[in-house]
Design a protein around this ligand. Structure first.
Ligand code: SAM
Length: 264
């Protein structure tokens, strides 16, 4: 519980919810009340959840590439239909099992506090929980439908609600304290974010010094119609501008799939 309260923060002022002043003028302590819900139910730490308490101009409408994942049909499809298609080569040749092996190898034997950002149905968070090696896992996504699938799957997999803390959060208003997270996984996610620059900037902020980011996304020439796809150079630029040192940024292109490994 201590780790939780220290790492989970107000998405607006970034203060750890454990350290929020008696009265917060920004959210009027809305998010602190959400923290009390854990671990049994979903905490909603998006600015939208507190819209009645905060100024409306803090909330921007999201693009289709974010909104479409909020559909229960998409979350069902994501959990039940896509994994075998990925394994056949659509994602990271070898599918999610290969990605899991790459990610755990990069995170090492003691991954510490791990956040799966844009976790979707928790395809990676659940695998990480089953290793029993992480000090704490936080699973964050903007879509309530994806998180509901995650919670249902956790029950089926025998993973308790204290092993994976499930949070509704926006990567652009990340409800995590600065320098608090040891390792972040953001799988197949950047192309879905409204603003990838802002998302990576926030990830850099919340990683502790020496913390690791393992992220994957798709590359051009996939056309950016709904999703935003990147070239390797664009990805590198985004990572360096967020603050990562070029020495500790590695981007591997496997066909049209990019695998990013960074150390803060
Ligand atoms: C393609 S899915 C990837 C899910 C999972 N990480 C995986 O590896 O399969 C992209 C996820 O990004 C989430 N997402 C999109 N915009 C977001 C935002 N602004 N903040 C947090 N998550 C977001 C979506 O809800 C969706 O679950």
């Amino acid at each position: 519980m201590f780790i939780l309260q220290e790492a989970i923060a107000c998405p607006l002022c970034h203060q750890s919810l454990a350290a929020t002043p008696q009265h917060c003028d920004t959210c009027h302590n809305y998010f602190q009340k959400e923290l009390q819900k854990t671990p049994s139910s979903l905490m909603d730490l998006t600015p939208e959840a507190a819209h009645q308490q905060i100024k409306d101009n803090a909330i921007q409408p999201k693009p289709l590439r974010t909104e479409l994942f909020r559909s229960p049909i998409i979350s069902f499809f994501y959990e039940r239909v896509l994994p075998p298609i990925w394994a056949a080569g659509l994602r990271n040749p070898g599918g999610i099992d290969v990605e899991f092996a790459q990610c755990t190898q990069f995170f090492g034997e003691n991954p510490g506090i791990v956040a799966d950002i844009s976790c979707g149905t928790g395809i990676m968070a659940r695998r990480l929980a089953l290793t029993g090696k992480c000090k704490q896992i936080l699973a964050v996504d903007y879509s309530e439908a994806m998180l509901l699938q995650l919670q249902q799957q956790m029950k089926l997999d025998g993973i308790s609600s204290s092993e994976i803390i499930v949070i509704r959060g926006d990567v652009e208003a990340l409800p995590l304290a600065s320098d608090s997270i040891d390792a972040i996984y953001a799988g197949a996610a950047m192309h879905c974010w409204p603003n990838a620059e802002e998302g990576i900037h926030n990830i850099y902020r919340v990683l502790r010094s020496g913390g690791k980011l393992f992220a994957t996304t798709f590359l051009k020439p996939f056309p950016s119609i709904v999703f935003r796809f990147f070239s390797v150079d664009e990805l590198r630029h985004i990572l360096l501008r967020a603050g990562f040192n070029s020495e500790y940024v590695q981007i591997e292109a496997r066909g049209l799939y990019a695998i990013i490994r960074c150390i803060k």
